[in-house]
Ligand binder design. Sequence first.
Ligand code: PEP
Ligand code: MN
Length: 337
Amino acid sequence: MIVVMKSLATQRQIDHMIERIEAMGLKTHVIVGTERTVIAAIGEKRDGTKQALESGDGVDRVVPILAPYKMASTEVRKERTIVRTREFECGNHKIGVIAGPCSVESEEQIVSIARAVKKSGATALRGGAWKPRTSPYSFQGLKLEGLKMMATARDATGLAIVTEVMTPEHVPIVAEYADVLQIGARNMQNYLLLQAAGDAGKPVLLKRGPAATMDEFLLAAEYILDRGNQQVMLCERGIRTFEEHTRFTLPLATVPYLHQKTHLPIVVDPSHGTGKANLVATMARASVAAEADGLIVEVHPCPEAAWSDGYQTITYDAFEALMADCRRVAEAIGRTI
Ligand code: PEP
Ligand code: MN
């Protein structure tokens, strides 16, 4: 329910309503607007709640939240969420670019990539330390050593670092080093992981599961928001379809759709979304044109020698060109990178 207070409601009346809602076993989320205050009352639906709240002093009206997700919904919050950490900023017309290798391979590798992508305009560095691989025989990541190398690259460049966390047990250690916790596509519905990431208090990049619907995606984000962590970015990274010409199918209509349904920033991953290096730049430009708030791109000095996902990874020169083109597209639609 959304409890819309009268424009002249006093702070006492607002506090009283918060108390009443909480006494009903519901959580409150207060949004102070320029005109009036609204209180979102979130929790299990019970008969009579609407009527009980409507009679409160200073209450104008009580409206149900129609979407299954609540805190993520534009029904509850119209103002766009901006995720900020270090120089990285994503949301509300500001496009944040996260670039780097699929996996951290060595200190020298990650520091040199960080310098290169920063020079081209990235504000965050990606790099997997724990890697979710389809085969148990594929490279699984440098783990803690990889995290430390990411931190060294941050010290060298000032870039925010984005890295994946695969289990709730790893959240404290990953959060100690990372600026943004990435939750991978395979883990989008790992609810204990979502809650632990919510509790860590660091921004989260939540990737869409390859078979997840939009409601499932937004409800996964809701698990993080429900823990009091508002700094969530949704990442469209492609879904599984009958198509075989690309690794996944990258549906860009999800970007404007999500903008209608949620205030959270939307990031697109054209690397995993296509699985083909020669399609990445075009889809990055298309993502910006579709009003994506961010991009996450795999970059490596020598993609054919990368330890993972080389076939979808672009070179420094290709990334430089991608950024120049995306900047022009962004400018054309009144956004900045
Ligand atoms: C990644 O970003 O390297 C990754 C494994 O992504 P996803 O979870 O989208 O497959
Ligand atoms: Mn990858």
